[in-house]
Design a protein around this ligand. Structure first.
Ligand SMILES: *Cc1c(COP(=O)(O)O)cnc(C)c1O
Length: 375
């Protein structure tokens, strides 16, 4: 069996427990546990400042954030999206009564290919829902153009894109709305949580209403909304997490660089090229098993698993291959050749700030053994 601790693909970051205790004391005293309390409002403001965006609405998780954004955008019919994502992306469309239309991805960024998206536009299209996958920013300029050209709403699933910037600032400023996830496995977590970033004050106000049943005041309810309010505990955790996030991202950067060094001379696997003109958050460390490698992706996955290294095949199967989506005309594999190729070859290695050099050597050693047929 394996030496050392089992290695999972992600390991949630937490603030020191003693830093949380004063906030807990105050919560216990005040009995204000939710509904835009003190920690909620402080965290919302701190996040806007940290991310460099104006309009942040905290929510319970990214899935409800996506749903709120889709509802607020007033969409109908079809929405063009990527099959290479977590299933929550398309589920949000379905839950909002919309039809996902899948378009192929770019082989370098692994994000929705703007040209494929353009080919998928019909008279029934009302929006685009791209994803900044693994914190690799989409071709926002091309997607902005496409949305403008056809008068489409543009909502980004930015679940992976915490603290990702391009030359002009946060990637979250693009489109009508962007939705972050603060789930335990993401780069920045509040146990569960998320945020909708709006590009104007009116949209933020509407999202804020929608997340609280459409309630305006004691006697006024503006519209049908849901409950997606972040509670005070999660907000207090979020404030404390912000203190350490730059440090954690820097540590992820060191892990990333070490993997690249360790894997550089191993036959059969390739690291993804870093995206130029973007800051990275090192959300994940995906590798691609080369088409001609002596081992398949699944063989490598199993070898790692046996040695206590729980790599993950993100994102396999594609969303478009799942039972509730595969009947759609756009889900045909011929329509999505790049997405199918990547989904068959990708493997995400353990990536978290305190992954040690020894542990990374252990991972690379298993891959190196597979390359020479030793295990
Ligand atoms: C995690 C994730 C979601 C869902 O986020 P939750 O906060 O868990 O609801 C949506 N989209 C993508 C791409 C994700 O990785």
């Amino acid at each position: 069996m394996a030496d050392g601790r089992p290695l999972y693909v992600a390991r949630p970051d937490l603030p020191p427990l003693q830093d949380l205790l004063p906030a807990l004391e105050e919560l216990w005293q005040s009995r204000i546990l939710s509904n835009e309390g003190r920690y909620h409002d402080e965290f919302e403001a701190a996040l806007a400042s940290y991310l460099g965006v104006d309009h942040v609405s905290l929510v319970t998780n990214a899935t409800s954030g996506l749903l709120l954004a889709l509802l607020q955008a007033g969409l109908t019919g079809q929405v063009i999206t990527t099959p290479f994502s977590f299933v929550g992306t398309s589920h949000a469309l379905r839950l909002a009564g919309l039809e996902p239309v899948f378009a192929d991805i770019d082989p370098i960024s692994l994000n929705l290919n703007p040209e494929s998206a353009a080919e998928a536009v019909t008279s029934a299209t009302s929006a685009l829902l791209p994803v900044h996958i693994f914190g690799r920013a989409c071709d926002t300029a091309a997607l902005d153009n496409l949305a403008e050209q056809h008068d489409l709403k543009l909502i980004y699933d930015a679940a992976h894109a915490f603290a990702v910037n391009d030359k002009g600032g946060s990637v979250l400023r693009h489109g009508d709305m962007s939705v972050l996830s603060f789930h335990a496995t993401k780069v920045f977590n509040t146990f569960e949580g998320g945020a909708v970033i709006s590009n104007n004050a009116m949209t933020k106000a509407a999202v804020d209403e929608l997340r609280n049943f459409g309630i305006i005041d004691e006697v006024t309810v503006s519209r049908v909304g849901m409950n997606a309010k972040m509670n005070e505990f999660c907000a207090a955790v979020g404030l404390l997490q912000l203190v350490h996030i730059d440090d954690n991202i820097a540590k992820r950067g060191i892990v990333d660089a070490r993997y690249r060094e360790l894997l550089a001379n191993i036959e059969g696997v390739s690291c993804l090229p870093a995206m130029s003109a973007q800051t990275q958050n090192h959300y994940s460390f995906p590798v691609l098993v080369d088409a001609g490698a002596r081992y398949s992706r699944d063989e490598l996955y199993n070898k790692l698993q046996k040695q206590g290294v729980h790599a993950r095949r993100y994102f396999y199967p594609l969303i478009s291959a799942l039972p509730m989506y595969r009947h759609l005309p756009s889900a045909r594999p011929e329509n999505l050749p790049v997405a199918h190729d990547i989904a068959a070859r990708i493997l995400c290695l353990p990536m978290f700030p305190d992954l040690t050099a020894d542990e990374q050597e252990r991972v690379a050693g298993i891959i190196a053994d597979a390359a020479i047929g030793a295990v």
